[in-house]
Design a protein around this ligand. Structure first.
Ligand code: PGA
Length: 277
């Protein structure tokens, strides 16, 4: 995994001065968003603070509801958030024993033991370090022989668990959330998706070559994500500034799937100063 430049995990001297802004005072285009509910936007100093703040919100969720259902994300963005959660668990400040998780997505064709599979990422970066029960962890099977069945079962399991209380999201440079790529027809439920050239290029940093990046993935759909009661979207670094600006201010468009979050009534976006525009 690529760590953000110059940042380890852990706060370097605590000078958090999170600025909480809502969209109306965050440079939104005049008049364009007035009819919509505001997103909470928290701008923090750096990647470590973003990770710390996200972990705190998750811990708060679990403290309020021990049997919380979490939707979890992978990628470089949440890596240190998981380290913060592991620390909180080891310090007995958060208890995962009743928590249920569902991961957002998985590469199609990668077996769980593949070092770039999201199964592998989640076990190594998080699950094996905390007191979560194995049976409460749900990950999509990237080598399922019956994808339609796999997707339908996943949706049914989320429903049976009572729905997602808190969904954590990263964001792609092209505005994807999960692997919901820009498309005229966004799929609402968990489904198989073709990855765009841009996503394959962006994710080639985790593989030796772009050729090795799977061309397809299984992902929760936009509807699956939007049904979560709360959503936290995280982004850091200059390369995300443009897409964060669009997510907040652009008219809702399937060309930037994250813009649909404007329609959700409990979204918190945590960005570092570089990703804030
Ligand atoms: P990243 O990926 O965290 O590795 O930047 C985010 C995403 O593609 O959703």
């Amino acid at each position: 995994m690529i760590a953000p430049s110059g940042a380890g995990c852990g706060r370097s001297g605590f000078d958090f001065s999170g600025i909480i802004r809502n969209r109306t005072n965050y440079g939104s285009r005049k008049g364009s968003l007035q009819e919509k509910k505001d997103m909470n936007i928290i701008v923090v100093k750096d990647y470590n603070e973003m990770s710390y703040q996200a972990a705190q919100l998750i811990a708060e969720q679990i403290t309020n509801k021990r049997k919380s259902v979490l939707g979890l994300a992978t990628g470089s963005t949440p890596e240190c958030m998981y380290k913060e959660l592991i620390n909180l668990n080891q310090e007995d400040k958060v208890d995962f024993s009743e928590v249920i998780t569902f991961n957002l997505d998985e590469y199609y064709g990668l077996p769980p033991e593949h070092p770039q599979s999201y199964y592998f990422f989640m076990w190594n970066n998080f699950f094996k370090h905390v007191n979560i029960k194995k049976e409460n962890i749900h990950l999509l099977n990237g080598i399922s022989e019956n994808i339609d069945k796999e997707c339908a079962q996943y949706e049914a399991l989320i429903k049976k668990s009572g729905g997602i209380d808190l969904q954590v999201l990263g964001i792609g440079n092209n505005g994807h959330i999960g692997f919901n790529e820009p498309d005229i027809n966004l799929n609402t439920k968990t489904h198989l998706v073709n990855l765009t050239a841009k996503t394959i290029r962006a994710n080639s940093r985790f593989f030796n070559t772009a050729q090795k990046v799977p061309k397809q993935a299984i992902t929760m759909g936009i509807g699956t994500i939007m049904r979560a009661r709360k959503i936290i979207l995280l982004a850091y670094g200059k390369r995300k500034a443009r897409v964060i600006e669009k997510t907040i201010n652009s008219p809702i468009t399937t060309k930037v799937p994250a813009t649909v979050l404007q329609l959700h009534n409990d979204v918190t976006i945590i960005v570092d100063q570089e990703a804030a525009f």
